[in-house]
Design a protein around this ligand. Structure first.
Ligand SMILES: Cc1cc2nc3c(=O)[nH]c(=O)nc-3n(C[C@H](O)[C@H](O)[C@H](O)COP(=O)(O)OP(=O)(O)OC[C@H]3O[C@@H](n4cnc5c(N)ncnc54)[C@H](O)[C@@H]3O)c2cc1C
Length: 405
């Protein structure tokens, strides 16, 4: 029988959000345990699998604080321009509505880009290596845990018999968080009837750091610039939203036909395209927890919220959770206060819930506004976009919000 260990914080889930929070805390000397259902191989060098995240400037800061940015094995690609266009299938490169240039966002912001395209495997490798190397971290994976929360502590019991006593438990288990359910925290869910198809493409011509968001009636199609590799110097990620039935048909196509359909949406400005790695599909829905906290418990990342990928903000919200909770824990620890007490949990919820709710509402509204063929809605929307274009201050505000600064 293993002996009981005492930590300040026990994190369930070592995905991008839980893993980052664990590294951030351990780096500052906070006794932390992290438990994941799945194995976390530290030396894994998986093949390129086509998945990537759009990381905003605010998220990069959190990854830097956690010591992870410098450890990424592949350089993230910078997004320096964003083109937003609106059109119909077959007229892919139709009217250009908005062009955001990083230089217009203002000189007072340190970040040199709107964001970065980070390969999912690169982040996984950096997180797993850091978890393995950190002496202040207790890592248990693969492991199943049972959690009992009390007024002044929580007890986490692993199947192996290991017992962990913690001041605070963090649920970072993703959308179907068992801890959230166990705490009786209800969620609001919105089903979109849409599927997101994601992957990567190699193309003939350079992207020059430019991302494209092309609004089509069935949903948005985005091309996001990635850093090239030796085999594919011109590389981009794509996030392609379609109605469920169309997506099913597209996923079943052979590679050449799939690439042809993709090219119809993308247009020809990048030359011929070739799909790299796998294509992935996700049924899209939004989710929001009615509370982010319970006694001795905080929810972070997808356990607390899931948003439409229309603005590529899902993981960014999670990183903001990790940053906010991490900083509150560090401050409480430095002041000799309880890191799982009611005051800290109240402050965390107040900092994070309104921000995520606003993003959920904004991405939901964007989807309703753009995924339509209704002529009246299209007209009002197009007038609105044209107005933004003429108002540099409003445009700058949009850019800064997207950068998370
Ligand atoms: C189509 C699509 C495109 C997207 N594109 C972007 C993008 O461009 N940019 C962006 O910011 N976001 C994007 N997202 C969102 C992003 O993928 C998620 O927000 C992110 O993965 C959430 O991270 P997480 O760590 O909270 O949860 P997860 O990634 O779900 O990780 C949860 C972890 O917890 C573990 N776990 C689960 N249950 C337990 C348990 N009971 N005990 C212990 N461990 C457990 C799992 O093994 C896993 O390691 C996209 C999502 C979709 C669907």
């Amino acid at each position: 029988m293993s002996e009981q260990i005492e930590v300040d914080v026990a994190i369930l889930g070592a995905g991008p959000v839980g893993g980052t929070l664990a590294c951030l805390l351990a780096r500052a000397g906070i006794a932390t345990a992290v438990i994941d259902r799945a194995a976390l191989p530290p030396m894994e060098h998986p093949d390129f699998d086509g998945r990537a995240y759009a990381i905003a400037a605010g998220s990069r800061r959190v990854l830097e604080e956690a010591g992870l940015w410098a450890e990424l094995p592949y350089v993230p690609g910078a997004i320096t321009d964003i083109r937003v266009s609106d059109g119909r299938l077959g007229r892919a490169a139709s009217r250009l509505f908005l062009h955001f240039d990083r230089r217009e966002a203002g000189d007072d912001i340190e970040a040199e880009a709107f964001g970065w395209m980070l390969e999912a495997r690169a982040l996984r490798m950096a997180v797993n290596a850091a978890l393995d190397a950190s002496p202040d971290l207790h890592v248990f994976a693969p492991a199943e845990a049972k959690v009992v929360r009390h007024a002044d502590h929580a007890i986490v019991t692993l199947q192996s018999g290991q017992v962990i006593r913690a001041r605070l438990v963090v649920a970072a288990e993703g959308r179907n968080s068992p801890l959230r359910e166990q705490a009786g925290i209800r969620t609001t869910r919105i089903a979109y009837g849409q599927t997101g198809i994601v992957g990567a493409i190699a193309h003939e011509l350079p992207h020059n750091g430019c991302a494209l968001e092309h609004f089509l009636p069935a949903g948005p199609f985005a091309q996001l610039p990635m850093a090239g590799t030796a085999g594919a110097p011109n590389l981009s990620a794509f996030v392609w939203t379609e109605r469920d039935a169309t997506a099913q048909r597209l996923m079943a196509l052979d590679e050449a036909s799939f690439a042809r359909e993709l090219q119809r949406r993308l247009g020809t400005h990048l030359g011929q395209v070739r799909v790299m790695g796998r294509r992935w599909s996700y049924s899209l829905s939004a989710l929001h927890a009615e509370r982010y906290t319970a006694e001795r418990l905080a929810l972070v990342g997808d356990a607390a919220h899931g948003v439409h990928p229309i603005a590529g903000q899902g993981l960014n919200l999670g990183f903001r959770d990790a940053g906010a909770l991490g900083r509150l824990i560090l401050a409480a620890h430095a002041a000799g206060e309880d890191v799982g007490g009611a005051a800290l949990l109240r402050a965390y919820q107040a900092q994070r819930r309104p921000d995520s709710l606003a993003m959920l509402a904004a991405t939901d509204a964007l989807d309703r506004l753009f995924s339509t063929d209704n002529r009246a809605v299209r007209l009002v929307r197009d007038l609105g976009i044209a107005a933004v274009h003429r108002m540099p201050r409003l445009k700058r505000a949009f850019m800064r919000a997207a950068m998370g600064v």
